[in-house]
Design a protein around this ligand. Sequence first.
Ligand SMILES: NC(=O)c1ccc[n+]([C@@H]2O[C@H](COP(=O)([O-])OP(=O)(O)OC[C@H]3O[C@@H](n4cnc5c(N)ncnc54)[C@H](OP(=O)(O)O)[C@@H]3O)[C@@H](O)[C@H]2O)c1
Length: 317
Amino acid sequence: MANSGQKVVLITGCSSGIGLRIAVTLAKDEKKRYHVIATMRDLKKKDKLVEAAGDAYGKTLMLLPLDVCSDESVRQCINNVKDRHIDILINNAGVGLLGPVESISIEEMKRVFETNFFGVVRMIKEVMPDMKKRRSGHIVVMSSVMGLQGVVFNDVYTASKFAMEGFCESMAVQLMKFNIRLSMIEPGPVHTEFETKMMEDVAKMEYPGVDADTVRYFKDVYLPSSIDIFEAMGQTPEDIAQCTKKVIESNSPRFRNLTNSLYTPIVALKYADETGGLSVNTFYNLLFNFGPLMHITMSILKCLTCSCLRRRTISPN
Ligand SMILES: NC(=O)c1ccc[n+]([C@@H]2O[C@H](COP(=O)([O-])OP(=O)(O)OC[C@H]3O[C@@H](n4cnc5c(N)ncnc54)[C@H](OP(=O)(O)O)[C@@H]3O)[C@@H](O)[C@H]2O)c1
């Protein structure tokens, strides 16, 4: 149970990756300022988190089951929190989807929206009324650079994050009136199981209904570039956890928080030309006309951003 003065933080999707690392980072806070409720849809996957939490497990960190796709699971989880009191909600759970749209069923697309969009909406709807009554709270949402900028062959994942960005941008204004803050965390590529799971899915793909040219662009042009980008620009879950900690500890938390400064110019392209031509043409050229040049650039970047020269995490303030 939380001590008086401790903030109650509930995090979704803590079985691996970013969610696990945020939970451990906050639970191990030196001043013990947080009581972390780390949730996951299948508690059988708790071992990695429990091991990483060490002594904090059972003290500043506890576990609860929570599937963000189920109304019942969300309600039960929040009812199991003392007085339903949550100071900070971190919506982290998410799934990816990659590949030519023609080969993806509408059912698979709905699954992505059910988790990445409706999962967040479901959590906010359950927690927000109590925060409003108390006139305090902070809602954090794990978005993505792909919530700000479309990326070829990530069409549906990108759409789910755009949907969430639009929802949150609208909600933030109303919530501010109740002294509730809303912050988006927008990472670029991060080395987690997310990347592994997507690559495993891609390896199993059969591309029904997709023409040969599109399959070739996806497999021989997009995938190698994507791997280059992950290797050159990828952050660690620890980078994202530190950025999230800074956001929740700020006296005036920012609404948008890009975690990777290397992406700032890419996002800026979109706002530099309201017709959209600049960003669409730039991405087209990078992928289809300057592929080899991009490979060389990413290789140089990989060297420049390694170890001590790496300055990847920007301070949100
Ligand atoms: N990795 C990246 O490059 C990257 C970049 C930008 C943004 N993000 C975002 O960061 C967040 C975390 O991703 P990650 O990279 O840490 O990937 P990850 O290691 O695959 O973690 C995703 C987490 O979400 C959980 N989850 C999936 N569906 C769920 C559901 N219905 N209910 C509850 N939990 C569910 C997974 O649980 P199970 O173990 O049960 O599947 C897992 O714990 C996602 O929102 C993702 O979109 C990731």
